[in-house]
Design a protein around this ligand. Structure first.
Ligand code: MN
Length: 209
């Protein structure tokens, strides 16, 4: 399978992978979970890919509440963490592993601000339009809890969710700058920790009338 640049680790990154990823200016990050509620559904995988295409899949154990090296990396000020729909992954990582991700970029927010010609802002659409690659999302809703026995299809899916993300991010940055939306995007990313905090307290919309 096309997985040779990805390493699989249990519970946390080893020191060697941590120092390698700390040298990258940008890092694509994604998570796979048992569901959509951080308070109910556990975190199963954390996937990473650096700007040279080197990736990692970290399997999170049942009941695991911390990952020291992952925390150091995801909180490192020198590394921009790029997510697609950061609102969810940042909440999960905060609630389950006590990681306060910073700084970060969200390709979904960037796409909504830049690609106003399209109603479609899923990762599959972005990778298709900007990278001309067809992503297979058939493993999206699958059992990620059995981390020791993930299928090749699941691992390929998990890796592909971060493999193209930095290229997509770079193209969205260029579009945001071209369209005069770069500042607005930065402001959205700055207020995202507040939105995540409200989500974790289960407020629906405190700005509503
Ligand atoms: Mn994913």
């Amino acid at each position: 399978m096309d997985f040779e640049d990805f390493q699989i680790y249990d519970s946390d990154l080893p020191e060697s992978a941590l120092s390698q990823f700390l040298q990258s200016a940008k890092l694509a990050v994604d998570t796979e979970t048992m569901g959509l509620l951080p308070q109910r559904d556990r975190l199963c995988l954390v996937q990473l890919c650096d700007d040279r295409g080197r990736g990692a899949v970290v399997r999170i154990a049942l009941g695991q509440r911390e990952a020291t090296n992952l925390k150091q990396l995801l909180e490192a000020a020198s590394v921009l963490k790029v997510f697609h729909f950061a609102r969810f992954d940042v909440a999960m990582l905060s609630y389950q592993l006590g990681i306060q991700v910073a700084p970060f970029f969200c390709t979904k927010v960037a796409s909504k601000l830049a690609r106003t010609y399209s109603p479609r802002h899923g990762l599959k659409e972005l990778v298709q339009e900007l990278e001309k690659v067809e992503l297979d999302k058939s493993s999206q809703s699958s059992d990620w809890g059995n981390a020791a026995n993930l299928s090749d299809d699941q691992l390929r899916y998990a890796a592909n969710d971060v493999r193209y993300l930095l290229n997509v991010q770079q193209k969205l940055v260029e579009m945001l700058k071209r369209e005069g939306r770069w500042e607005l995007a930065q402001q959205c990313f700055q207020c995202l920790p507040t939105i995540v905090a409200l989500d974790l307290l289960q407020y629906k919309d405190v700005f509503e009338h």
